[in-house]
Design a protein. Structure first.
Length: 113
């Protein structure tokens, strides 16, 4: 999708620090890390958010979670949090589905601001 930051990162038009890449997915470090480890996993195809997941694209979402398990293992993270902010009120700032993977520090529950 034109004018989508993460579509541009997925295509390589905007550089990123990659953790993992294949034909369907990209994992890259967040530019504003919220912990010692913070990377994002995105499908290369444009899906706006969790609210747009349906049976036509859910296989790619399953693959995102396979990649999360693989990358966290490789990074030696036994404990981590996966977050997907969906919609304005939840703090979504980039309208392309992404899973934050954050680890390496203590975390509180429920999540706050
Ligand atoms: P959200 O606010 O949940 O939609 O998450 C968007 C995330 O993208 C934020 O954590 C930003 O720090 C991150 N971000 C924005 N631009 C870039 C970029 N060029 N490279 C890596 N991460 C980015
Ligand atoms: Zn996009």
């Amino acid at each position: 999708m034109e004018d989508c930051l993460f579509c541009k990162i997925a295509k390589g038009d905007i550089p990123s620090k990659k953790v993992y890449e294949d034909e369907d997915l990209l994992a890259f470090y967040d530019i504003d890390p919220q912990g010692p480890v913070h990377f994002l996993v995105i499908p290369k195809q444009h899906i706006g958010s969790c609210a747009e997941i349906d049976e036509s694209n859910s296989a790619i979402v399953a693959k995102c979670f396979e990649v999360i398990a693989k990358c966290t293992k490789e990074l030696g993270l036994e404990s981590f949090r996966v977050v997907s902010n969906t919609g304005l009120q939840a703090g979504q700032s980039v309208n392309h589905l992404h899973f934050h993977v954050i680890g390496g520090r203590d975390m509180t529950w429920p999540p706050g601001d």
